[in-house]
Design a protein around this ligand. Sequence first.
Ligand SMILES: [Zn+2]
Ligand SMILES: [Zn+2]
Length: 377
Amino acid sequence: MATTERDYYEVLGVDRGATDADIKRAFRSLAREIHPDVSDAPGADGRFREVAEAYEVLSDPARRATYDRFGHAGLRRRGFRPAYADFGNVADIFAAFFGEDLFGTSGPMRRESARGGDVQALVEVDLEDAFTGTSVELGLEIAEGCERCESSGAEPGTGAVTCPTCQGAGVVRRVSRNVFGEFVSQRTCPQCEGAGESLEAPCSSCGGEGRVVATHRLNVDIPAGIHDGQRIRLRGEGHSGFRGGGAGDMYVAVRVRPDPRFVRDGDDLHTAARVTMADAALGTTVRTPALGGDLEVEVPPGTQPGEVRRIERQGMPSLQGKQRGDLFVRLDVAVPARLTDEQRLLLEEFDRHTTEDAYAREDEDEGFFRRLKSALR
Ligand SMILES: [Zn+2]
Ligand SMILES: [Zn+2]
């Protein structure tokens, strides 16, 4: 059914003798003015359809002849039905008439389905866990696909209808005018978020989102050798997207708690072991903490305070491959803090029998003050 009984020539603002070119020019000019995506004026949509219908008739010589002789009634008798009745969208009418978009855009910017957001989580593990690798269970509030509507957002048994706000284009256009001219801006339709469709009835479980927030339990594998501050990315473990859109990622930031026994330097570990003054002078073995279990460290006779023993491949495992760091053990030589009378006598006796030669070091040529300087550096 036609939307107007108004005279088509009057609608387009041309006289009865107008040429095809005049008619086309008049239609284009009117369309730009009153296209409903452009004009905020009430009734713009209806007026556009009226103009489109007038153009559809007057631009076709056979229809125009029928109209000239028999008017609207003549067209109806011949079964004329305005083309827009088959289109859901006035923008499509433009395409039908001109094979182009009047506003110079290349099709709708549809948001097919928005990807869900990423999820951040923090886990804390002990250095021992970082040494062996571990698995941590997380419980997080995460948006998951809605089971009731299978993420479609539509109540089961209902479908989608063309979005009334954008007529299915997925975008809405706004024209602003100022002294420099006319500016057309386009943005994603706020009602359908670019889908071009809206739900007949939103799912009663998710309210049309296609996702629901639920407590999600998952185990995160923390690989051996993980470093403090590293993040593990779990693809697709983040929030589900809007109406079936892909899920975001989960980022698990790992904090490795410091262990009072060790200082970590990359994959190497540093620790300290205590050796008595006598043991350092006489030589012994001492136990040192290590992550795979305590180890024996050989202390050769004449060990100096602060000397460091390097135990290869007893540090942290490397994240990349089978390498392992080393364990560095600094030997703290303990000097007695208090002595009994008997011990003092013995030490005095020892001292009387000892010359400077006994304290001479193999690396003596380095010089005492150079050693001091390098120690202070
Ligand atoms: Zn649902
Ligand atoms: Zn829309």
